[in-house]
Write a protein that binds this ligand. Sequence first.
Ligand code: PMP
Length: 396
Amino acid sequence: MTGIHDLLREDLRGSTPYGAPQLDVPVRLNTNENSYPLPPDVVAEITRAVGTVAAGLNRYPDREFTELRGALAAYLGQSSGVPVVTEQVWAGNGSNEVLQHVVQAFGGPGRTALGFTPAYSMHPIIATTLGTRWVDGLRGQGGQPFDLTAASAVAQVQAHDPNLVFLCSPNNPTGTALGLDVVEAVYAAAPRAVVVVDEAYAEFARPGTPSALTLLEARDRLVVTRTMSKAFAFAGGRLGYLAADPEFTEALRLVRLPYHLSAPTQAIALAALRHAEAMLGSVEAIKAQRDRIVDTLTSLGLEPVPSDANFVLFGGLADAAQTWHELLDRGVLVRDVGIPHYLRVTAGTPAETDAFLAAMAQVAPTSLRSTAPQSVPQSAPPSVPPLPLLAEERPA
Ligand code: PMP
């Protein structure tokens, strides 16, 4: 008898779905959400906005979401100083959907996408589930473990001649922003490629970090993706967007499903954008916690990677999976991104940071790589049996 497994596409058999555990623990710092609830006046405005569209839900929403595109263009223009017009903006239900539209239109069977690992693990998943060949490029060729230099990126682009290149700045999971020299060099070295710069965490970058938006003019194959999930504290609202050449966004209309942005989604995103300043009000507080995490982990003997995002990747652990369990035992959920000796933690409220740092201080004396008992070889399985959830934790 034919089972579902036999009917499934061969290349999907045995794959693990993307997903971090959604555990009910006191301190959840594993998905780079913004820990701050929306300000009450914005909640009131969002509620009103839903009320105004509710009676019209018998009709399809504006398929071209023109007003929302205009509001996103205005926000990008104001925040970056780069003029952005409505026709340059595209949006979807989270930036994952926007990335999917890009791959649907410009990737696919017979085409190749190149990314530089470790980076956002959905990039290869979106590419390969749409039939695009994925090439895992390398980082760390410039001396620092997760650096991506222009010379190394160009050499890899030339070797693979991709149709799509994924850059991520600030990079998830490492946290560091890319120099624009890398974006410019990759663009010039890949004359037939669409170059995507995923800037999901741009608003958290340290002062002086320019956005790839500044490179859009005269580069019609360059795409900058953003999201309201992080700095805007709007992950549950599901609104991601991109800026590119108007002809590029026009092409995305070929692949989107009709009416993909519901009327409530458009209404609540517009309401949130009308209050952009209040919605972004937590960004500086989160950056302060991020910097505090870096400083404190360093003093504990760990090796945090400099971060331009709302999270910190830190190394120096003898056994990352074991430390992950030990933190969970103390009510703190962080992310095991599958890089040996490293874990990633989201910067949340001061109280959440207190809880994480207190738990880390407790476990650090036995968790550090340099102080690990000699009897634990690096390749040994964790001494705490992995929870069934760990398999899910890995693909991130
Ligand atoms: N890009 C990066 C680098 C991310 O880390 C994430 C979320 N973790 C996304 C895109 C997607 O976010 P969303 O779909 O919520 O916009």
